[in-house]
Design a protein around this ligand. Structure first.
Ligand code: ADP
Ligand code: ASP
Ligand code: MG
Length: 443
């Protein structure tokens, strides 16, 4: 059994949906196919939710009607038989009636907002399964809401997922293709929830881990993990192999091709992850697994925005113990993860990517230390590779490449795979380009 996930652009047009049907059936392995919403739909649904929240009901109805028109054309191109089209029509009529019914609900809470945004994946999977049925394939749709669970801290409950999905799959042993939704899940209150933007990758990995599948394939619009962000840097190239650790660092630190948590379940169960390009199915893509053969010093670079740096000073830190514990207890209390840390004799600087509780954190830190003004709009640049502790020269190459860029923080040595640099976001693009030219060899 394998798990194949297709992202928004891979299902975004009727001809693409048809070609992914060909892809999943030409390969004879039994598989669970995880789909995202059609590209643009999740953003469209979020915009409808915003309009409803602001009581702009007319605007919401107009946006719903525009989105439905898109789906109307889509099904007319997708299905070729009257029965297929009638099924497609029923799917979109039902889901769009539900979406429209949310407009006049008052108050429109987070619960309804999450039900609204879930419709993207609910639509795409039903349409795809109905298309496969029209063509005569062996297919069944298992709703993610029947097995995908998160706990009160929004963490997936792998044991529950394993148990529920195992049970559902045991009833479908005659089916070759099992289709399900990416992104969506239920929370401990039983409400519809989600795994955050880009969460379909995470769904695929959770399912791959839960079923201990042979492989997890993430199909998208690019030929694998590139050595640097291709949206920003001119000369990037695909990396053929990555270790779980390298891929996890890159995903966590901003490589958009993977949701930040994707690698965790796959790594836990030792299931390899392959990144593939829907537009170029024969391209090798990137294979992520536990042991890799490459020996490159620097494998790839990623960047994460919206970082805040907090600078904490205390003379009490001098020759004292326990101070750092007090500092980190504040972040723990407000469930705010710390990404980067650097220390000097009487100071510690940390970065966070979630400012939701920053005021409270600042207030409490002020009671135990002196704070300098925070730096907002920072970016962490994460350089991933194999930095053997006894190997000289890597840090100097990085700093040389960055000689014209003001660097705020540097973290090196915590792992043999990661070096993190903090820069102002306005300098990020220049820093990524400079590192690309300075650290990689081009023919
Ligand atoms: P999907 O809709 O299939 O989930 P995403 O848009 O989420 O696709 O992810 C694919 C995109 O990630 C690519 O089109 C590319 O622009 C972007 N990306 C950012 N960093 C990288 C990287 N290091 N390697 C490959 N793609 C990257
Ligand atoms: N549709 C969701 C999003 O746009 C999930 C995903 O595409 O992975 O974020
Ligand atoms: Mg994505």
């Amino acid at each position: 059994m394998q798990v194949w996930k297709f992202g928004g652009t891979s299902v975004g047009k009727p001809e693409r949906m048809k070609s992914i049907r060909n892809l999943v059936t030409e390969d004879k392995t039994r598989k669970i196919v995880v789909l995202s919403a059609l590209s643009g739909t999740t953003n469209g649904l979020l915009a409808i939710g915003e309009a409803i929240k602001q009581h702009k009901n007319e605007e919401a109805f107009e946006a719903i009607s525009t989105l439905k028109k898109h789906y109307q054309t889509f099904i007319e191109d997708l299905y070729t038989t009257p029965e297929g089209l009638a099924k497609g029509q029923k799917i979109i009529d039902t889901e769009f009636d539900f979406i429209a019914s949310l407009v006049n609900i008052s108050p429109f809470t987070l619960k309804q907002d999450k039900e609204l945004v879930a419709q993207g994946e609910i639509l795409s999977t039903q349409m795809f399964a109905a298309y496969m049925e029209e063509v005569g394939d062996s297919v069944v749709l298992i709703p993610a809401l029947d097995f995908m669970r998160i706990d009160a801290d929004n963490e997936p409950e792998l044991a529950v997922i394993e148990e529920k999905l195992g049970h559902l799959l045991s009833k479908q042993t005659d089916k070759q293709i099992i289709v399900t939704q990416g992104f969506i899940c239920r929370n401990p209150r039983g409400e519809v929830d989600n795994l955050k933007r880009g969460g379909s990758d995470y769904t695929a990995s959770l399912i791959g881990g839960a079923t201990v599948s042979e492989e997890i394939q993430i199909w998208t619009d690019i030929d694998g993990m590139h050595n640097n962000d291709p949206r920003i840097v001119k000369r990037t190239f695909p990396v053929r192999e990555l270790s779980f650790e390298e891929a996890a660092e890159l995903a966590y630190f901003g490589a958009k091709i993977l949701h930040p948590s994707t690698i965790t379940p796959a790594k836990m169960k030792g299931v390899p992850v392959r990144l593939k390009n829907t537009m170029e199915p024969n391209a090798p893509g990137t294979l992520i697994k536990s042991e890799v053969s490459h020996t490159s010093e620097i494998t790839a670079i990623a960047a994460k925005d919206n970082i805040t740096a907090i600078y904490i000073h205390s003379t009490r830190m001098l020759n004292a113990y326990g101070f750092l514990r007090k500092v980190f207890e504040v972040f723990e209390k407000y469930k705010t993860p710390v990404d980067m840390i650097t220390t000097s004799e009487v100071s510690v600087a940390v970065t966070i990517d979630n400012n939701e509780n920053l005021d409270k954190i600042t207030e409490e830190l002020n009671q135990i230390a002196d704070l300098e003004p925070h730096d907002f709009n920072q970016s962490i640049i994460c350089i991933v590779g194999n930095f053997m502790a006894d190997k000289a020269g890597i840090a100097i190459n990085v700093m040389n490449a960055l000689k014209d860029i003001p660097v705020r923080m540097i973290a090196y040595g915590a792992s043999e795979h990661n070096m993190s640099i903090l820069v102002d976001t306005k300098d990020k693009n220049a820093a990524l380009e400079a590192l690309n030219e300075g650290l990689f060899k081009f023919e």
